[in-house]
Design a protein around this ligand. Structure first.
Ligand SMILES: *Cc1c(COP(=O)(O)O)cnc(C)c1O
Length: 355
């Protein structure tokens, strides 16, 4: 049976990305060796790194004065690396979910943390509005897409201080005005690559300002200066990211990714709103196009398990909601197909007809 992958991360990748990456596992560039067994300093690997960095800049239209680096450690390491490099005295954080909270916790190791607003009291079911960003902070940190709760800030904010964003689960899903940010980071395993690499876009002129001794590996300057080759980078994940970046370019760039995301989101949210068995879990204006969360309507609560079984029998994978929200979550990253979304919508309609 055909499987439709709605996993939240690691998650679906384009089939050709997986196939092309698999080929390099057996024979990298006709060298007779696997990509797993060559030096990252081999002359054949440098072009992979160079092309991946260049494509990030091209696809997101990254202005002059920014560097792109690929590191290990996941977005979770960035929760500490960001404040270690940028927090001088005080930083502001917008608390929109579990990941934002984890970022705040790590920042407290390096200075004072101000929570500008929070939607914790409502299980993070909306993005706080009407808050003011203090002007005496070193930066404001936001999480653009809240993977667990299904809310998203799908525009670039104007704030009076440096802006830093965790874009782990929506990077490359829309055009971004990079010039509004001083640092953008994301673990690649949601909509870019296999797990193991983190992408960081950092503005060069904010490096080296923090008045502390930064351990070599945590200092962004180390990796910027060495082109992400200070130590052994995660070569296979970087290669898979390169294949996805090429795929995004072939498919029409981030504008095309955005159009598809809007289309998928419209189809699925329309069905959630129409179907009498289900309802969405977050404020309509903050609905994520990446992680679409829904639950059974109260009067049909006992149908949650039966629907899960029904959908699983029809090939849906990974639609169980995060334990803190319950219900269902259909993750629709760049590689998600309209066909996959149609299959899920058909499931919801058939199930409704039976009940
Ligand atoms: C998944 C995720 C993380 C954690 O990423 P790791 O690479 O596992 O550390 C952080 N932030 C957001 C928004 C995520 O979706």
């Amino acid at each position: 049976m055909k499987k439709y992958n709605f996993n939240a991360g690691p998650s679906m990748l384009p089939r050709e990305v997986i196939e092309n990456t698999a080929k390099q596992m057996l024979d990298f560039n006709g060298s007779g060796l696997s990509l797993m067994e060559i030096s990252h300093r081999a002359k054949d690997f440098q072009p992979v790194m160079d092309e991946a960095m260049a494509l990030v800049k091209e696809l997101l239209d990254v202005p002059e004065g920014y560097s792109v680096i690929f590191l290990g450690g996941g977005a979770s390491l960035q929760f500490c690396q960001v404040p270690c490099n940028f927090l001088i005295k005080k930083a502001a954080y917008l608390n929109t979910g579990v990941w934002a909270k984890k970022a705040m916790k790590e920042a407290k190791h390096f200075g004072e943390v101000v929570e500008v607003a929070s939607s914790a009291e409502a299980t993070y079911s909306y993005i706080p509005k009407g808050w003011q960003c203090p002007t005496d902070v070193d930066y404001l940190h936001i999480t653009t897409n809240n993977t667990i709760y299904g809310t998203e800030i799908r525009k670039d904010l104007d704030v009076p201080v440096r802006l830093i964003a965790d874009m782990s689960s929506d990077i490359f899903s829309r055009p971004v005005d990079v010039s509004k940010y001083d640092c953008i980071y994301g673990g690649a395993q949601k909509n870019l690559a296999m797990a193991g690499v983190t992408i960081i876009i950092v503005k060069d002129d904010c490096l080296g300002r923090a008045p502390r001794e930064i351990p070599t590996m945590l200092d962004y300057r180390t990796h910027v200066e060495k082109g992400s080759m200070f130590n052994t980078p995660p070569v296979v994940p970087i290669y898979s990211a390169l294949e996805t970046l090429r795929w995004i370019k072939r498919e029409g760039g981030v504008e095309a990714m955005n159009r598809r995301a809007v289309e998928r989101g419209r189809m699925l949210y329309d069905e959630i709103d129409r179907n009498r068995l289900f309802r969405g879990t977050v404020a309509v204006e903050d609905r994520s196009l990446m992680n679409i969360c829904f639950v059974m309507n109260d009067e049909y609560a006992e149908l949650e398990k039966p629907f899960m079984e029904f959908a699983t029998e029809r090939g849906m994978v990974g639609i169980k909601g995060h334990r803190s929200v319950g219900g269902f979550r259909a993750s629709c990253y760049n590689a998600q197909t309209i066909e996959g979304v149609k299959a899920l919508v058909a499931c919801m309609q058939e199930f409704e007809a039976k009940h």
